[in-house]
Design a binder for this molecule. Structure first.
Ligand code: 5RP
Length: 223
């Protein structure tokens, strides 16, 4: 089974989970290749949901392409389920996200959701976060200030060249941070003036992690 098939298997399991929890309402949908599999699976049962809140313009476009109504988060209220991928995940359901640069909206939609279901191929499961560079969304005028503060935290920040987020900001990809206490590092980064959000999801981890692998889909639940 290749990695893409593992992502697809996790996405299908997340759809079953979503529908088993009543479906019906508005579903939160993330960004990236794994989330795209979820969107494609959702298209086959689109009559069973009222619509979707998207965490990126790219996902919104894909949803519309399938004829799935895209709902603004401000119109939706609390979402029953949010389904999204990750770049790294631990058994504590802490995540690094933001490889696609949609981390801020992903964090907002996750915060607005009752259950956050993270879907990934098994290769994303790690013992400790931090091999994948941590994306930090920054207001452009604060680039140098934020970079200096990230260095003080032990990081090696690098501008994601030629990339602008859906919110009109830049991304610093940060290597070398000690993420052994991810919630603490998430708070420290959030407190830097000019930071919009980081791709650490530790203070609000996933609630359910579905990992597609050779032997099927393994489901881990928080707590
Ligand atoms: C986008 C994300 C994605 O969920 C993450 O990068 C995983 O991507 P993929 O599903 O393509 O492996 O956080 O900002």
């Amino acid at each position: 089974m290749n990695t893409d098939a593992m992502k697809q298997a996790a996405a299908r399991a997340a759809l079953d989970y979503t529908l088993s929890r009543g479906g019906g309402g508005v579903v939160g949908v993330g960004s990236g290749s794994t989330a795209n599999h979820f969107i494609d699976a959702l298209a086959a049962v689109k009559g069973k949901v009222d619509g979707a809140v998207a965490s990126s313009e790219a996902s919104a476009e894909r949803l519309r392409g399938h004829g799935i109504p895209v709902v603004a988060l401000n119109q939706a209220g609390e979402l029953p389920v949010y389904v999204d991928g990750a770049d790294e995940a631990t058994r504590h359901l802490h995540l690094i996200k933001g490889g696609g640069g949609a981390l801020t909206r992903e964090k907002i939609v996750a915060a607005a959701s009752k259950v956050f279901v993270c879907i990934a191929d098994r290769g994303k499961l790690v013992g400790r976060l931090g091999n994948f560079p941590l994306a930090v969304e920054v207001i452009p005028m604060a680039q140098s200030l934020v970079a200096r503060e990230l260095v003080k935290l032990g990081g090696l920040p690098q501008l994601r060249d030629g990339f602008t987020t859906d919110n009109g900001n830049i991304i610093l990809d940060v290597r070398n941070l000690d993420l052994s206490e991810p919630a603490k590092m998430e708070s420290a980064i959030d407190h830097i003036a000019g930071v919009v959000a980081s791709g650490l999801f530790a203070r609000r981890p996933a609630d359910v992690l579905m990992l597609g692998g050779e032997g099927g889909v393994e489901t881990l639940v928080l707590g």
